[in-house]
Design a protein around this ligand. Structure first.
Ligand SMILES: [Zn+2]
Ligand SMILES: [Zn+2]
Length: 240
């Protein structure tokens, strides 16, 4: 006798029938058919699972490509506007784990954050610094755009690009204070006087200059105990 459950309401009748030991219970399917049935069910499950994995992979790939595309668009846009790349979020994360120095221009409209250690801290006597910044020499800390970034008031920042040198000067449109200048590889040179001014006129000890560079181009002799290089770091020392 074949037994089919058509409706939920019939399940009780069927259960009663099955629990009656006087009835022999057999499957309508042979052993082979049952085994084939189970194999097909498993295969069907794996196919659905594989499709799910494939779809998830494609989705992740599309999202990654979209992120890459928009990041590049943003970077290009920033470059076209001749603005320094903003990395305020990165700087804040960095600042949470590294030492951070915060400086402002004279009118307080622009905030510049310096994180971690500078790439260099020198007193530069080169002609280019003199030409760009109009000082006899330049006591400076050098950072990257990741470690020195504008964290507030970027709309007040103006840029002067030297017509001949590969150097730019970033200054406040309102008060004229120079926050930093860049060189040919876009490193950010922050004047030591600006940092000192923002720290009770005391330059943090770990940011003081460790050497003079381009001393052969000087217009003023400096008498101190710091080493003096004729040109860059790897150039011969000045024998005074
Ligand atoms: Zn200002
Ligand atoms: Zn210089």
């Amino acid at each position: 006798m074949n037994l089919w459950v058509l409706l939920d309401t019939q399940i009780e009748d069927v259960c009663t029938y099955l629990s009656d030991k006087n009835h022999e219970i057999t499957s309508g399917l042979s052993e082979e058919e049952l085994s084939l049935f189970e194999t097909n069910a498993k295969l069907s499950f794996y196919t659905v699972f594989n499709r799910f994995l494939l779809a998830s992979g494609i989705l992740v790939l599309i999202l990654a490509l979209a992120l890459l595309y928009f990041t590049r668009q943003y970077a290009t846009q920033q470059k076209q506007q001749n603005r320094p790349p903003t990395s305020a979020v990165l700087t804040r994360i960095y600042g949470a784990i590294m030492k951070t120095y915060t400086v402002h221009c004279s009118c307080n409209r622009i905030e510049l954050s310096l994180c971690g250690e500078p790439r260099a801290r020198v007193i530069c006597h080169c002609i280019d610094c003199r030409e760009l910044l109009d000082g006899p020499f330049y006591p400076v800390t050098v950072w990257t755009d990741q470690t020195a970034s504008i964290t507030h008031g970027e709309s007040n920042l103006s840029i002067y690009k030297h017509p001949r040198l590969k150097m730019k000067k970033y200054f406040c449109t309102n008060c004229g204070e120079v926050l930093f200048n860049t060189n040919s590889v876009d490193w950010r040179a922050v004047p030591q006087w600006l940092i000192a001014k923002n720290h009770n006129n005391q330059l943090p000890r770990e940011l003081t200059a460790v050497t003079h560079v381009f001393y052969e181009q000087r217009i003023i002799d400096v008498s101190d105990n710091l080493p003096k290089h004729l040109r860059g770091f790897s150039s011969p020392p000045f024998e005074g």
